[in-house]
Design a protein around this ligand. Structure first.
Ligand code: FMN
Length: 203
């Protein structure tokens, strides 16, 4: 499937086959693909909690207004965004340094710039957490569909409850839940979108 085909055929799934599971290797593959998403400074300020045991999915479902897909899907991801980008940047860029994709000088420069940008600005910290986690979330959904699975994003959940019960740190935001698994019947195709002239300006 080409990328345009994939994007035009992706849909937000609500119905999953509850008898089909995903292996740990399949979950790892999905998250590995999700983390190809870009992020500011390549900060990768995201974390994925893959909720796949029946017991944990039921716990999460209660915090998500009993949305059936949370437990019907093979796995429901809690996609978390980290607000303290500047504090983790040096560490998160270690693999870039090791691969010589960036120099120590550039890394030090980025850490300094990030400190100035995010340090005094909680709104910007939260924006970046939501931005990065959203890009990773979309990448995860596209990856799932590309692998013949389906994905359903959700914002219908109690964020404080999810943060408390699933061990998010004080500086993490539960940005969205994404149910992923094998689709069953009943899912609608992708819905129509607003016309281009309403959403596109070319200057
Ligand atoms: C951030 C986000 C949150 C959403 N939250 C929910 C949700 O809690 N429950 C639900 O059933 N659908 C939810 N959706 C699904 C949307 O309703 C769906 O993506 C939209 O209607 C477009 O559907 P389509 O992708 O199939 O065209 C959410 C989608 C996004 C992107």
């Amino acid at each position: 499937m080409t990328i345009p085909d994939l994007l035009q055929n992706r849909y937000s799934a609500s119905f999953f086959d509850p008898t089909r599971t995903l292996s740990e290797a399949e979950i790892q593959q999905l998250v590995s693909l999700a983390t190809t998403a870009p992020s500011a400074f390549n900060a990768q300020n995201w974390r994925f909690i893959a909720v796949r045991s029946s017991e944990q999915k039921e716990r999460l479902k209660k915090l998500a207004y009993m949305q059936a897909k949370v437990s019907d899907a093979a796995v429901t991801f809690i996609v978390c965004g980290e607000t303290q980008v500047h504090r983790h940047l040096g560490n998160n860029l270690r693999s870039c340094l090791e691969a010589q994709a960036i120099t120590q000088t550039l890394l030090d420069n980025w850490v300094g710039v990030a400190e100035k940008m995010y340090g005094p600005n909680p709104q910007f910290q939260r924006d970046e957490a939501v931005r990065s986690a959203s890009l990773a979330g979309m990448t995860l959904m596209v990856a799932a569909h590309g692998l013949g699975l389906a994905a359903g994003p959700m914002i219908g959940f109690d964020p404080a409850g999810v943060a408390r019960e699933f061990g998010l740190s004080e500086s993490e935001v539960p940005v969205m839940l994404i149910a992923v698994g094998h689709p069953t019947t009943g899912n609608a195709a992708q819905k129509p979108r607003r016309p281009l002239h309403e959403v596109l300006v070319i200057r």
